[in-house]
Design a protein around this ligand. Structure first.
Ligand code: AMP
Length: 194
């Protein structure tokens, strides 16, 4: 079915993994702004050059760079019937920007999913991932900074979407399948089913 969705949750909550699983079931593309930035950094593009210094410090890339990239990606054919945005919007300004992008096409969001996880669990997960993948933004001070920035700028978005009646929550701690089942049940309460 078509579904236009946003997934929120702190870094390390398992958003990327769960996003891929949900998208496979729903037949929509998972669009991760972090992945797009990392691919551009790896490819040495102009976009990557503009984003890298912010990513390496655990700070948000400026909206002028990020919004244009998202607008471009949402205009691609595979996103016409739905998408799951992971990592965007991250600030209230980006919420309004996304509203405008969708409204311009006569569209709106169907559901916003918040994955919750204990702060210490996510720090330990991120340190484990740093050891495995060697991401340049996965050192402990940068991880702590990313969590701080998330708490300050992005966590409040859950309340904003809750006021709009769009928010559902699922606990992200547990076995992969168990978490996916929890998420699918939460989405079903908003009429989003596979
Ligand atoms: P992520 O993989 O979603 O944790 O993103 C990794 C990094 O990419 C973030 O720490 C930011 O530097 C940058 N980034 C990703 N999405 C956004 C966004 N919506 N706005 C600003 N910066 C972003």
């Amino acid at each position: 079915m078509s579904a236009r969705m946003v997934i929120l949750g702190p870094p390390g909550a398992g958003k990327g993994t769960q996003a891929a699983r949900i998208c496979e079931r729903l037949g929509i593309p998972a669009i991760s702004t972090g992945d797009i930035f990392r691919a551009n950094v790896a490819g040495g593009t102009e976009l990557g050059r503009q984003a890298k210094q912010y990513m390496d410090a655990g700070e948000y890339v400026p909206d002028s760079v990020t919004n244009a990239m998202v607008a471009d990606r949402l205009a691609a054919d595979d996103a016409a019937d739905g998408f799951l945005l992971d990592g965007y919007p991250r600030t209230e300004a980006q919420v309004h920007e996304l509203d405008s992008m969708l409204a311009a096409a006569g569209l709106s969001l169907d559901v916003v999913l918040e994955i919750t996880a204990d702060a210490e669990v996510v720090v330990q997960r991120l340190l484990g991932r740093a050891a495995e993948q060697g991401r340049t933004d996965d050192t402990e001070p940068v991880i702590r900074r990313r969590l701080e920035v998330y708490a300050e700028q992005t966590e409040p978005l859950a309340a904003l979407y809750e006021q709009r009646g769009l928010l559902v929550r699922a606990d992200g701690v547990g076995a992969l399948d168990e978490v996916t089942d929890r998420i699918m049940s939460a989405l079903a309460t908003r009429g989003v089913t596979a």
